[in-house]
Design a protein around this ligand. Structure first.
Ligand SMILES: [Zn+2]
Length: 266
């Protein structure tokens, strides 16, 4: 136990420094064979983090579906002028569908669990993730790392729901977990601990992918005030041009199954 704790401590530090694991270019991972990908996130707009991955999956002919667990209705900085009398859920669903159209993602499941309270509804979240995996039978599931990329409790709950669902799933998809690349990893850290060394899949967004990411960002019109905080006030095209990388902890089908079943690494 002491040894595994020391191992995971070192792993966390190396992830923070961006030197943990076998770093490979995403495009070398045989994306076409995945056939279907399911993105499991907490909020409508979380998919912005994975636009590069979605672009590469679509280009490889992979279908991309989304499961967004909460209703996205708890942000006090939502722009009411954009909401324009709709419910927050209706507004944010419209914005998410606009983003999905830009990305070529089709198929949205939105159980509308309460935003900012996902941890209190973890059993329901696990249930809907399990049902959606059983229906979609994805070759790849994409979600947050254990720290939720920025420590947001809903993001961490989405990660926990995916892990529990994979544990009981009859299918064994590969798993990609959003990981903040350096320099963000230095501040945000990364939540992964396992006795095995993970693969870290990397990609650098190119011209049309950067544009897609900026347009997906802008599609969430009611959330611009919050989203601009994440880009330090910079316009998205400027920010993404300076930080064009996406990193994912990447577990193969066999690794994802073993990791989900491994109680010792929880
Ligand atoms: Zn979020």
């Amino acid at each position: 136990m002491g040894e595994s704790r020391a191992t995971s401590w070192g792993q966390g530090l190396r992830l923070r420094l961006g030197v943990e694991g076998r770093r490979v270019a995403l495009d070398t991972l045989g994306l076409a064979a995945l056939e279907r990908a399911l993105l499991v996130f907490a909020h409508p707009d979380d998919e912005i983090n994975a636009v590069g991955l979605v672009c590469r999956l679509r280009r490889a002919g992979v279908q991309v579906e989304l499961l967004v667990l909460t209703d996205g209705a708890a942000n006090p900085w939502t722009d009411e002028a954009v909401v324009a009398g709709r419910s927050h859920l209706a507004c944010r669903t419209d914005e998410l569908r606009a983003s999905m159209a830009i990305l070529g993602a089709e198929g949205l499941t939105m159980p509308a669990l309460p935003d900012s309270k996902l941890r209190e509804h973890l059993v329901a979240a696990i249930d809907v993730v399990s049902q959606t995996i059983a229906r979609v039978r994805p070759g790849l599931v994409v979600t947050f790392d254990a720290r939720g990329i920025n420590g947001h409790p809903d993001h961490m709950a989405a990660h926990a729901a995916v892990r529990s669902a994979l544990h009981t799933s009859s299918t064994s998809p590969a798993l990609a977990m959003l990981l903040p690349p350096p320099p963000f990893s230095w501040a945000l850290g990364a939540g992964f601990r396992w006795q095995r060394t993970p693969t870290v899949a990397t990609l650098t967004l190119e011209g049309d992918e950067l544009e897609a990411k900026a347009r997906a960002f802008e599609a969430h019109r009611s959330q611009q005030r919050t989203l601009r905080l994440l880009t330090a006030g910079l316009p998205p095209r400027t920010f993404f041009r300076h930080f064009p990388h996406e990193w994912f902890l990447w577990l193969s089908r066999d690794e994802a199954r073993a990791w989900a079943d491994d109680e010792a690494s929880r």
